[in-house]
Design a protein around this ligand. Structure first.
Ligand code: DNO
Length: 354
């Protein structure tokens, strides 16, 4: 595996490349062109400039998170081909610049969903949290408003204010899309992009839906073992793979994380590893990465990745806000650096015990 950290670019991130460079074992970042909008073809010069900046700091780009998918593709409207063509152009340009892993999601309307961005934990840190009760008490249009005060002045991925302003229209546009239709549209998209992925050796890594169930009645398909196996079989190409995100699949306690990892051997192209603490099956908060701070056995998760021979990029995921840091919720420096060190430690111990 290759340990990385997510970085949003110097214009948007409170964390610098110089800081990331000093985290033991982190030699690469996962990044994106954060100012692009879904559906547009990324400019070659922008990709080059990003790469140059990262390399000047002594790091490399291990992959992109995310190249987002235009709603027309997810809804399956007649103009989708134009946006898929642009997506293909972006993939070609990334391939030309030697970038070979792309994380994306196929979630309608909302990307990941949390109901609190700064829940206080007993140790005084603050974390992202979710309760189904809070979601059930909200109308979707108020979702962003309910958490906007806690973003620390940052723009969170998937929660761009311009997008949130259109939530009502988006719900209307998705009204005829159910799980089957979403699967069909994902298949159509994947079939069209796979020849480009083959040509440039680009691994596509779909991110799970978070939480791993339907919110506000919207279809959600990347939620469990059965559905991801279906997704991989329907376009059976090794470049059609997944981002294994323990914190997203783990929201559903019925998902057996190590078992899922083993069943995805060869198709996990990227891993997000973090821990959650459950107060009830529908109330969870994001814990420190350490097993004993949350509900998951992080050793078993890392061991499963080790045993399937996982050699792609991995990153610590959402961290707690600690030591007075002000950053994008989940994406501060300190707790993610602790997470990286811990995951590296587990990996070294597993490796040496074999
Ligand atoms: C949240 C992230 C997601 C993820 C996208 C991938 O913190 O894990 O926003 O990047 O779903 O497209």
């Amino acid at each position: 595996m290759q340990m990385t950290l997510r970085w949003y670019g110097s214009k948007h991130d409170t964390v610098t490349l110089e800081q990331i460079r000093q985290i033991p074992g982190v030699k690469a970042v996962i990044t994106t062109l954060y100012d692009t909008v879904p559906g547009e073809a990324w400019k070659l010069e922008d990709i080059r400039a990003l790469k140059k900046e990262v390399e000047a700091a002594g790091l490399t780009i291990a992959g992109i998170e995310s190249v987002n998918i235009h709603d027309a593709i997810k809804i399956g409207t007649p103009d989708r081909d134009k946006y898929i063509d642009n997506y293909i152009t972006t993939l070609e340009r990334l391939g030309q610049e030697d970038i070979h892993m792309v994380c994306y999601n196929f979630m309608p309307v909302f990307d990941w969903t949390r109901t609190e961005l700064a829940r206080k934990r007993p140790d005084g840190s603050t974390v992202l949290a979710y309760t189904q009760e809070a979601v059930d008490a909200l109308v979707p249009e108020k979702m962003f408003e309910s958490i906007a005060g806690d973003t620390n002045g940052t723009v969170m991925p998937g929660w761009e204010p311009e997008r949130m302003a259109k939530v009502k229209e988006l719900f209307e546009a998705y009204k005829d899309v159910d799980d089957e239709k979403l699967f069909e549209n994902l298949k159509y998209f994947l079939e069209r992009i796979m020849p480009t992925c083959d040509k440039y050796n680009i691994n596509m890594a779909i991110h799970p839906d978070d939480p791993a169930w339907s919110v506000f009645g919207l279809p959600r398909i990347i939620i469990n073992k059965k559905n991801i196996l279906r997704m991989m079989e329907m376009v059976d190409n090794p470049h059609n793979g997944v981002t294994f995100c323990s914190g997203s699949y783990g929201t559903n306690l019925e998902n057996d994380l190590p078992d899922m990892i083993r069943s995805l051997k060869g198709r996990i192209h990227f891993a997000h590893v973090r821990n959650l603490k459950f107060n009830s099956p529908t109330d969870f908060e994001e814990a420190a990465h350490l097993s004993s701070d949350g509900s998951f056995d992080m050793y078993e998760i890392m061991k499963a990745l080790y045993e399937i021979g996982f050699d792609g990029p991995i990153r610590p995921d959402h961290g707690r806000m600690i030591w007075g840091e002000k950053a994008m919720p989940g994406y501060g420096l300190y707790d993610r650096a602790l997470g990286a060190a811990y995951l590296n430690g587990l990996w070294e111990a597993i490796d040496k015990s074999k």
